[in-house]
Design a protein around this ligand. Structure first.
Ligand code: AMP
Length: 282
């Protein structure tokens, strides 16, 4: 595995790979790697000649009162996970390398952002789309792998790739979970022991909602109420949102039909957790 901190050097090395007709799979992360990331790498490894991993905690996608400073970081550990995961090129740029003194252009996401995390985190998806547009241009991957845990992010990236004509195939990968159902996340380390026990209830509440839908519940408000009651009763977390939409359009529906997403965000003391399930209803 080769590690690069310079975008220009990485571009040069990858151009060489392209000239040799190697296909490139790309996994974008903020580091503090876990099995969710490893699963993305594994899929990229299987489907491409070359695997590129970026680790970059992107300040542009964090709000002023969010956890940019305290986001967990451990490069040494990540390098081991990356090497074991079959990464060929690890890109680990500084903020200055990515943005210089002050960026003069940014990407503004115009749809699918007024709901879910987009509503709670204004500007977040502009930051995600901007940094990914840069990474896509630096790496020029054939395929890019993203987790369905961040389902709204997948929807936004789908728009970015289509609208900006990136010749990249977007591959969405199922959420990887702990044994008790908690979605793996770098932020889980910021949960207290008590909160960690409670955190499994996010997925439990989604399963409850799924069961209700499968038993015939079609009222979106009734489904979100069911989840809300469960989270309030079983956890000390504060609900940020519980919402149901068409997926991937993220349009509201009163009566559930077709492809839907049931998504939630819950704030614990030092970690805001998100989770979702997607369902198809005839
Ligand atoms: P992050 O480092 O949290 O920005 O995540 C980097 C990539 O890994 C994103 O595409 C995430 O959706 C994906 N990812 C994070 N957690 C999981 C998980 N538990 N299962 C599957 N993919 C994940």
């Amino acid at each position: 595995m080769k590690t690069f901190t310079s975008a220009a050097d990485l571009q040069l090395a990858l151009r060489e790979e392209k000239n040799n007709h190697k296909s490139i799979g790309y996994v974008a992360t903020m580091g503090f790697l876990h099995e969710g990331h490893a699963t993305l790498l594994e899929k990229a490894r299987k489907e491409n000649d070359i695997v590129v991993l970026s680790i970059f905690v992107n300040p542009m996608q964090f709000g002023p009162n969010e956890d940019f400073e305290t986001y967990p970081r451990d490069l040494e550990r990540d390098e081991n996970v990356a090497a074991n995961g079959g990464v060929d090129y690890l890109f680990y740029p500084t903020v200055h390398e990515m943005y210089g003194e002050e960026p003069s252009v940014k990407v503004v996401v115009q749809s699918r952002t007024d709901v879910l995390c987009g509503r709670q985190r204004p500007g977040h998806f502009d930051g995600v789309a901007t940094v990914l547009a840069k990474f896509f241009n630096i790496i020029l991957p054939d395929r890019a792998y993203f987790g369905k845990k961040d389902a709204q992010q997948v929807a936004v990236i789908d728009g970015l790739i289509k609208d900006f004509n990136f010749p990249i195939q977007l591959v969405a990968v199922d959420t990887v979970r702990e044994e008790d159902g908690l979605a793996k996340s770098s932020r889980n380390v910021n949960l207290s022991d008590q909160e960690r026990m409670e955190a499994k209830e996010l997925y439990q509440s989604l399963l409850k909602a799924k069961e209700a839908v499968e038993s015939g519940e079609r009222n979106a408000a009734a489904v979100t109420a069911l989840i809300s009651e469960h989270i309030t009763a079983q956890t000390s977390g504060v609900i940020d949102y519980i919402e149901v939409y068409q997926y991937p359009e993220l349009k509201p529906l009163e009566s559930l039909a077709g492809n839907i997403i049931i998504a939630m965000a819950v704030k614990f003391k030092h970690a805001r957790l998100i989770d979702n399930i997607t369902l198809y209803i005839e």
